[in-house]
Design a protein around this ligand. Structure first.
Ligand code: GDP
Ligand code: MN
Length: 375
């Protein structure tokens, strides 16, 4: 899970890492109420890198200018992500930009510290153009990141004296944060020299999704859409795509092959929801409620192969909350006779053959798009 810069910096601040004063806002008018020293820097809060180059980071000398900058950045599209928040921080004069990160090296299974005197640009770029300018230190998990390693890295950045001490403090603290918060990546780019001191001008944190249960107070994943969050709340796995056929199935394998079937017949899924094994009438009802709410859904394809899941339960769920868009239903497996009868009594058609079900779903979506004049 990626965190926004402002979220990462809140955690940085808890560990005593030096950051600029700043506040995150959602509306330009909020700037007037902030007590910040000018000039400020207005920074788009999106989960993609290279915001500066994309025009998502602007300096402003006075509140009126900051408001104008915020107005320009809010609502911007940066690499497919819409900006809904900006961080307004006290701007600094940057003397030098360094790079510092801790990352899990999958090859060795160790954490690696990476540092460079060429900060500010993406590390991948430095790796390509000047690989020798990247310093690395492998970290032995049972020993942790040692002070001598931090000092050696700092010297590779040509730091000495008090500045080297500051670097050692920041690097060891960042490692402690990385380890304690179960991060996959903790990156400061640039780690800037400002007025003879080091300052974390940017902050990037990617946390290990498998460890979220150990950190109930950390921010929640913001990459989820409203419907994805709702599905998660109900314990259903739901993923959004960009076609027009909503898909409900049971089991990841069945759902994946359902997407392939739709594609085979020339259709495209709008989303898919896996109700899992042993799904109840209620989870089917919830599933139907969620998948159809996605804008642009023209048809729904329910593909259920009953094992632990019982077809009569599924059918009851469908009857209690019948699809509002044209639906193709394939229902076989445990209690299929009972399931089919429940649907038939409610006047809902259902089949047993997955190919036929997919073909019908694609047809229904095409017919619906014709009626609405297409998009
Ligand atoms: P990124 O482009 O998404 O990595 O965002 P950063 O926070 O790293 O900012 C990009 C660049 O904007 C930095 O490398 C700096 O050169 C510049 N920048 C950011 N904050 C300040 C600031 O307070 N003062 C100055 N002068 N430049 C800044
Ligand atoms: Mn950066």
């Amino acid at each position: 899970m990626k965190l926004h810069e402002y979220q990462a910096k809140e955690i940085f601040a808890r560990y005593g890492l030096p950051i600029q004063n700043g506040t995150v806002i959602e509306r330009p008018e909020q700037i007037a109420g902030l007590s910040l020293r000018y000039p400020v820097v207005v920074k788009a809060q999106v989960l993609v890198g290279g915001r500066g180059k994309a025009g998502g980071i602007k300096l402003a000398a006075a509140p009126a200018e900051a408001e104008e900058r915020a107005r320009g950045i809010l609502g911007m599209d940066i690499k497919g992500e819409r900006v809904t928040r900006v961080l307004v921080a006290e701007a600094v004069d940057i003397e030098t930009e360094y790079y510092l990160a801790f990352v899990t090296d999958r090859r060795t299974g160790h954490v690696v510290a990476i540092a460079s005197a060429e900060g500010g640009v993406e590390i991948e770029t430095i790796a390509q153009t000047d690989p020798e300018k990247i310093a690395r230190a492998e970290i032995e998990p049972f020993l942790g990141f040692r002070v001598f390693q931090a000092r050696a890295l700092g010297r590779r950045l040509f730091l000495s004296g008090a500045l080297l001490d500051e670097f050692v403090k920041i690097a060891t603290t960042l490692y402690r944060l990385y380890w304690t918060e179960d991060a996959d990546l903790a990156e400061i780019n640039p780690l800037a020299r400002v007025g003879g001191h080091l300052l974390c001008v940017d902050a990037k944190l990617v946390l290990d999704d498998n460890a979220t249960y150990r950190h109930p107070n950390l921010p929640v994943n913001e990459e989820m859409t409203e419907l994805e969050a709702e599905a998660k709340k109900h314990g259903l796995s739901y993923v959004e795509l960009d076609g027009d056929i909503a898909v409900i199935g049971n089991g990841a394998g069945l759902v994946m092959s359902t997407l392939d079937l739709l594609a085979h017949f020339g259709g495209r899924a709008a989303n898919f929801l896996d109700i899992g094994g042993g799904a109840s009438a209620e989870s089917m009802q919830t599933a139907l409620g969620i998948v159809q709410r996605k804008p642009g859904v023209r048809a729904v394809f329910i593909n259920i192969f009953g094992g632990i899941t019982r077809c009569d339960d599924v059918a009851r769920g469908i009857v209690d909350n019948p699809p509002k868009v044209p639906a193709s239903i394939r229902l076989t497996g445990t209690n299929e006779v009972e399931g089919q009868r429940i649907l038939k009594d409610a006047g809902i058609a259902a089949g047993m053959d997955p190919d036929e079900g997919a073909r019908v779903a694609v047809q229904l979506a095409k017919a619906a798009s014709g009626q609405r004049g297409g998009r």
